[in-house]
Write a protein that binds this ligand. Structure first.
Ligand SMILES: Nc1ncnc2c1ncn2[C@@H]1O[C@H](COP(=O)(O)OP(=O)(O)OP(=O)(O)O)[C@@H](O)[C@H]1O
Length: 247
């Protein structure tokens, strides 16, 4: 298992716990959607899995080489082209692994990654010349350039319009299948969680804890009616969590 969380807890200073007794196992190659209301601790949990923050209790197993991360904001360097942003990530990945590669090899790999995210013709553009969806595609290519098996995605498509988001869902699914990554995808959008995840984990609020999970089966993928029923069931459960927290 690339990720195992056991009785994980997190509190900041002497405040109330943000996460409490979080338990989950994520298998290699699995696509897990982590769903929860705003402020329930999803980003905190991702930061802990990424090794950017430490839990205050419990134990976790994560890959020894860490994880690649993708955020809501593409966070591209504005002075570099799309290709330059990807090549820089490739250079950093080489530095981290201690294996220096040639400039030509990095350029060839950047070309492959640009093609993988369907940006073959836009490598020489700077971020401000790209649409929001294209910038997120570059960010996805850059996170793949980090060459880690585990990819953590924190609401990467939340700021995009619905049509662009749907397109990127199709692309991410294709890329996940082609690259065999393990993906943990944080969202507060139930439809997105059901569209992408093989499994949906629901995190409660204050404290955050995995309170329910659902398998998304082949039947849900091929039958829009079944997917709609599952989305409605999860939405009801999410609303309960939000109401419980509001009382
Ligand atoms: N460094 C920190 N210091 C103190 N409190 C923090 C810190 N980071 C997060 N928190 C608190 O932890 C709680 C969970 O925050 P987190 O960002 O993990 O939630 P989230 O589920 O990702 O929210 P959203 O969906 O709105 O992004 C919030 O109440 C937040 O204020």
């Amino acid at each position: 298992m690339p990720v195992v969380l056991e009785h994980l807890g997190k509190r900041f200073g002497d405040g109330a716990p943000v996460l409490d007794d979080v338990n989950a196992s994520i298998a290699k190659g699995e696509f897990v959607a982590l769903l929860g209301a705003s402020g329930c601790g999803k980003s905190t949990l991702l930061n802990i899995i990424a090794g950017l923050d430490q839990p205050t209790s419990g134990a976790l197993e994560v890959p020894s080489d860490g994880a690649a991360f993708m955020f809501q904001d593409s966070a591209l360097f504005p002075w570099l082209t799309a290709r330059g942003n990807i090549e820089l990530a490739l250079q950093l990945a080489e530095k981290n692994s201690g294996k220096a590669g040639s400039k030509a090899a990095r350029s060839a790999r950047a070309t492959e990654l640009l093609e993988l995210v369907h940006l073959g013709g836009a490598g020489d553009k700077r971020p401000h010349e790209l649409s929001g969806g294209m910038r997120q595609r570059v960010a996805l290519a850059r996170s793949l350039a980090q060459d880690r098996q585990l990819l953590l995605m924190d609401e990467p498509f939340a700021a995009l319009d619905a049509i662009t988001r749907d397109l990127l869902h199709d692309e991410l699914e294709r890329i996940w299948k082609e690259t065999d990554r393990t993906i943990v995808f944080v969202t507060h959008n139930v439809r997105e969680a059901v569209r992408l995840g093989q499994r949906v984990l629901l995190l409660s609020s204050r404290p955050g804890r995995v309170v329910a999970e659902w398998d998304v089966t082949e039947e849900h993928r091929t039958d829009a009616g079944r997917a709609g029923e599952l989305t409605a069931t999860i939405t009801r459960r999410l609303r309960q969590e939000i109401r419980r927290h509001a009382n």
